[in-house]
Design a binder for this molecule. Structure first.
Ligand code: G3D
Ligand code: MG
Length: 175
C-alpha cells in the first residue's frame, strides 16, 4: 500500500476485560507498533486502511488496564477524531457504562464520530445483552453504527474498523 495521506487517532473505550486489546490485536494482526505502555497508561497500534481509494493511517489507542487517575486520561483522549465503544454482551454493566465513557470523551473532544461494538458474541450461552438493546444504545450514543463482534472468531471486527475509518475520513474531508 502506498504512503498514507491522512493519520487519524481513534480511541477504543469500554470497561476492563470487554475485549478492547483483543479486538485491536485481531485487527492489526498483533503488529503493535508501540508495544510499550506510555506513562499515561495507554499505547497504540497503527494500521493503514483504504477508504474511497485513499490510504489512511489509523492510530488506534488502547488503555492498559483501567487507570484510576482520570487526570491522565486527558492525554489519552486528546486529539482523538473517532471512538470505538466496546461492551461485553455477557456483562450488562459494561453495556450501561458506555454512556459514562462517552461523557468523559466528549468533555475533551466534543462530539466525534463513533461506532458501537457488542463483543464476545461467540459466547452464545452466556449472552445477556440482546441485539435490540445494542441497537438502542447505539441510538443513545448519537446514532452510531452498531456491530456484533468477536475478537475470538474475528466476526465483525474488520467491518467495524472499516466503518470508523470511513466516518473519520468523511468528517476530515467534508469541512
Ligand atoms: P480489555 O483490553 O478490554 O481489558 P482483553 O480486554 O482484550 O484483555 O480481553 C479480556 C478477556 O476476554 C481475555 O481473556 C480475552 O481473551 C477475552 N476476550 C476478548 N474478546 C473476546 C471474544 O470476542 N470472545 C471471547 N470468548 N473472549 C474474548 P483472558 O482469559 O485472556 O483474560
Ligand atoms: Mg486491554
Amino acid at each position: 500500500m502506498s504512503q498514507a495521506k491522512y493519520i487519524f487517532k481513534i480511541v477504543v473505550l469500554g470497561d476492563g476485560a470487554v475485549g478492547k486489546t483483543s479486538l485491536i490485536k485481531r485487527y492489526t494482526e498483533e503488529k503493535f507498533q508501540s508495544d510499550y505502555i506510555l506513562t499515561i497508561g495507554a499505547n497504540f497500534a497503527v494500521k493503514n486502511i483504504e477508504v474511497d481509494g485513499v490510504v489512511v493511517k489509523l492510530q488506534i489507542w488502547d488503555l492498559a488496564g483501567q487507570p484510576q487517575f482520570k487526570e491522565v486520561r486527558g492525554s489519552f483522549y486528546r486529539g482523538a477524531v473517532g471512538a470505538m465503544y466496546v461492551y461485553d454482551v455477557c456483562r450488562v454493566e459494561s453495556y450501561n457504562n458506555l454512556l459514562n465513557w462517552k461523557a468523559e470523551l466528549t468533555k475533551i473532544c466534543g462530539e466525534i464520530p463513533g461506532v458501537l461494538l457488542a463483543n464476545k458474541i461467540d459466547l452464545v450461552d452466556y449472552r445477556k445483552v440482546t441485539p435490540e438493546m445494542g441497537a438502542e444504545l447505539a441510538e443513545r450514543l448519537g446514532g452510531v453504527p452498531y456491530f456484533e463482534t468477536s475478537a475470538a472468531t474475528g466476526v465483525g471486527v474488520a467491518e467495524a474498523f472499516q466503518k470508523i475509518a470511513e466516518l473519520v475520513y468523511k468528517a476530515a474531508t467534508q469541512k
